[in-house]
Design a protein around this ligand. Structure first.
Ligand code: MN
Ligand code: MN
Length: 450
């Protein structure tokens, strides 16, 4: 049961070098794919370059064929068709590509006291105080009434402006500093500072008018066009190494792009598996997996029906093994009081497996059966994959959930399997390079399982 650091375990091989090289590409991905739409674009482009085709362009895919299915531009299913019929079940790795952030409100543009602002509504579980006085970038799309889509990406280009949400100076924060951390920064104060120059011809709303004119000149959009926009405020900056030994990676969006990326890369390494190997990249996990791009919708089933028209989905699903690949809470000695160490993932010691998540007595969670766990242990042991069983913190300390339960509801055998993080859901989260690489190795082994 002793956990061993992967770099120690593999000290006589080039494992460390391979892990570090793998993470260079991973960091480049994180830096350009900061929204679920950008993740879909990134993965589709790379999939095409690796021989994948749109499922709607492939008639009756056969063993070895590589296909993808884009769902609403915000979620994606990719597969390498196996030798066996779909009825034999699929080997499914499911991750999510949405991350906590601030979304612009439908009518975001406003002016107050000589500044223009963009109003936001946060998405997912954030600690609001982490989003003030930190550099931000804007990404998204504006779809105009004529159907034209305008892409917004500003903040990360070398000469781009950045965006900020102001915080109160300590000199005047004596009251704020005594408030609860949940109340110190109210949601309505998460207003993105967007400009301060007045329009020279306007008397009223001159600053707002000036901003709208810039938006019109730059993007050809009007104030009303924000109604049909999806614009996300995300942390500015690129993924970076952490520590003198460069052992870790800090980035926005590890949750859950670390599992999405490693699963995708593992699928690229999968050649004609016995069972069809599928990677599902879902949207809206951070808000409960609702909606037609979330895991509670039926796009996995629609995809399978395109692979084999008339297939009995029930038969496929009851024979399916699934890794619900999402991040876990790594043991953090700075907050040791919320962890039960023996059942917590240790950094650098391999893939984290959670039989269940949930809260208050396993509430709101599926649970992997003993039979499934035995199969998974064998797959990983046979392939020399390091894994560690864990829970999400101490009993009754809090809790959480993943897409696992929704896939379990379809009849599949599901276990949570992902990379452990420090500072999960913070603007910059931290992962260990060894754990990232081991997840990739684990998913390769899982896809090839019979
Ligand atoms: Mn997640
Ligand atoms: Mn999350």
């Amino acid at each position: 049961m002793a956990k061993e650091h992967l770099f120690k375990k593999h000290k006589d091989t080039d494992y460390k070098g391979k892990a570090e090289a793998f993470c260079e590409d991973y960091k480049a991905f994180l830096t350009v794919a900061k929204t679920e739409r950008l993740c879909v674009e990134y993965f589709v482009e790379k999939a095409k370059a690796n021989g994948f085709s749109d499922i709607f362009d492939v008639k009756a895919p056969k063993a070895g064929d590589k296909v993808y299915y884009i769902n609403k531009n915000r979620s994606l299913v990719l597969a390498v068709i196996g030798e066996e019929e779909l009825d034999a079940g699929i080997n499914l790795v499911a991750a999510h590509i949405d991350s906590p952030r601030l979304d612009l409100k439908p009518a975001p543009v406003t002016e107050e006291g000589g500044f223009s602002y963009l109003r936001t509504h946060y998405y997912g579980g954030i600690k609001k105080y982490q989003w003030v006085a930190t550099p931000l970038a804007l990404y998204g799309v504006v779809v105009k009434k004529n159907g034209e889509t305008v892409k917004i990406a500003v903040g990360d280009g070398e000469n781009d402006p950045i965006f900020m949400i102001t915080d109160l100076l300590p000199h005047l924060a004596s009251k704020q500093m005594t408030q609860k951390m949940t109340e110190g920064i109210p949601g309505e104060k998460l207003m993105v500072l967007a400009g301060s120059n007045p329009d020279l011809d306007e008397e009223s709303d001159a600053v707002k008018t000036a901003l709208l004119k810039i938006l019109e000149e730059t993007y050809g959009i009007t104030e009303e066009d924000f109604y049909s926009a999806e614009i996300e405020v995300v942390p500015q900056g690129s993924a970076r190494d952490v520590g003198f030994d460069r052992s870790m990676v800090a980035s926005y969006g590890h949750d859950d792009r670390v599992c999405a990326y490693t699963a995708f890369e593992a699928l690229l390494e999968t050649k004609t598996p016995k069972k069809t190997a599928v990677v599902l990249l879902a949207d809206r996990e951070e808000v409960g997996s609702m909606g037609n791009s979330g895991m509670q919708s039926r796009f996995l089933e629609y995809f399978l029906e395109e692979v084999k028209p008339g297939v009995r989905i029930s038969k496929v699903m009851v024979n399916t093994l699934c890794l619900s690949s999402d991040v876990a809470a790594a043991y953090d000695p700075m907050y040791a009081e919320v962890y039960e160490k023996q059942n917590s993932p240790m950094f650098g010691c391999g893939l984290t497996l959670l039989r269940y998540t949930g809260s208050r007595g396993k509430g709101g969670s599926s649970e992997a059966s003993a039979e499934l766990v035995a199969k998974i242990r064998k797959i990983f042991d046979d392939n020399d994959i390091s894994f560690q069983f864990a829970e999400l913190g101490k009993v009754d300390e809090g809790g959480g959930g993943t897409v696992a339960q929704y896939i379990a509801n379809l009849g599949a055998d599901v276990i949570d399997a992902g990379v452990a993080l420090l500072s999960m859901h913070a603007p910059y989260e931290i992962a260990h390079k060894a754990d990232i690489y081991e997840a990739y190795r684990a998913y390769i082994a899982f896809m090839a399982a019979r």
